[in-house]
Write a protein that binds this ligand. Structure first.
Ligand code: UD1
Length: 314
């Protein structure tokens, strides 16, 4: 389904990734309904979109009874609402399992009942846990241990079940580490933003562990391109897809690059590892490239520069 002139609903639309998605969907001349309970979503993330008459913001929890009213006439749903951030999800295990699991089931069921044609779910590379094999392949082993990862994996299974039983066009996207403007850079946030903030203040860059952990960083605009293509391509029906760059970066390399790009006087401080931290993430991106005909274009240096500019203005 070409996402142009369609009606698209984004849950978690005021979040970091959700707000960039809303912006891109509006640029493609869709009508966009952003549903967010503003638990971690921020009005500031979407303030520039509010003037657009095609943009509607609904402050509502997807678990509310009235949520389904918003689904009337919607062509596609992106379900991005979730409890996010490692510190937060670790401190709320029961809520993560209850809320995230029940919400994907409810949003999916109500979307199906409302006749939504395409349903995209933000899953996570976290489902691989500490990887059993490298690169991490969608058909390979998953090692989901954290409640957050388990809820994402179960969400994927709900989508697959709706595809198998009802022929609904559903797609789960396993996001690798997305970074960019608007990302939470508080201690509850994510590593690139945290390091940039520390570097701009010339404070020590706090690396958990010996700095050799690797992650696959994807600039948010590239992540959004992949997400939009995955809704536009029929080949993704019923599929699970990694969305990554395929270029792992160590924490020390990330910190050094950020110090260089900001011209910071910060020093790197190595702290004890985070309990149960994932050591390595490295996606097999062949399915993404094959089905979407897409690979991320913004390299880490360029993406970090754009992100640093944003934090400087803040
Ligand atoms: C988290 C999410 C994952 C998501 C990813 C996206 C959970 C459980 N996991 O994983 O689903 O795909 O973000 O961005 O919610 N680090 C430091 N110093 C810091 C902060 C972090 O060294 O001050 C290290 C961490 O120990 C880790 C790496 O940086 O090794 C990345 O951490 P973080 O940004 O929190 O995300 P992930 O653990 O990759």
């Amino acid at each position: 389904m070409k996402l142009n002139g369609k009606k698209v609903l984004v849950t978690g639309g005021a979040g970091f990734i959700g707000s960039h998605l809303c912006e891109a969907l509006l640029e493609k001349k869709n009508k966009v309904v952003c549903v967010d309970d503003f638990s971690t979503g921020q009005m500031a993330n979407i303030s520039e979109l509010q003037e657009n008459p095609d943009f509607k913001v609904v402050k509502k929890d997807v678990m509310d009874k009235g949520f389904k009213e918003e689904l009337k006439g919607i062509d596609a749903v992106y379900h991005y609402a979730a409890i996010v951030g490692v510190e937060r999800t670790l401190s709320m295990p029961v809520e993560v399992l209850n809320i995230d699991l029940l919400s994907v089931e409810k949003v999916l069921r109500e979307s199906f009942e409302a006749g939504v044609k395409k349903f995209v779910f933000a899953s996570s590379s976290e489902v691989y846990g500490n990887p059993v094999e490298i690169p991490e392949n969608e058909d390979g082993h998953v090692n989901a241990k954290l409640p957050y990862a388990v809820s994402k994996l179960a969400g994927e299974k709900f989508l697959r079940a709706y595809f198998e039983k009802y022929g609904m066009d559903t797609t789960s996207l396993r996001f690798f580490n997305v970074y960019g403007p608007k990302q939470d850079s508080t201690p509850y946030g994510f590593v690139a933003g945290i390091f940039i903030k520390q570097a701009l203040k010339n404070e020590p860059i706090t690396i958990f562990g010996d700095g050799s952990n690797t992650r696959d960083y994807v600039f948010v605009k590239d992540n959004i391109k992949g997400a939009i293509l995955s809704a536009e391509t029929e080949k993704t029906a019923g599929e699970v897809l990694n969305i990554g760059s395929g270029k792992p970066t160590t924490l020390t390399d990330l910190a050094e690059l950020i110090i260089e790009l900001t011209g910071s006087k910060s020093e790197i401080k190595y702290l004890p590892p985070r309990p149960d931290d994932i050591r390595h993430r490295f996606p097999d991106t062949s399915r993404m490239r094959k089905l979407l005909g897409f690979k991320p274009e913004v390299d880490l240096k360029e993406g970090l520069k754009k992100t640093i500019e944003y934090y400087k203005r803040k």
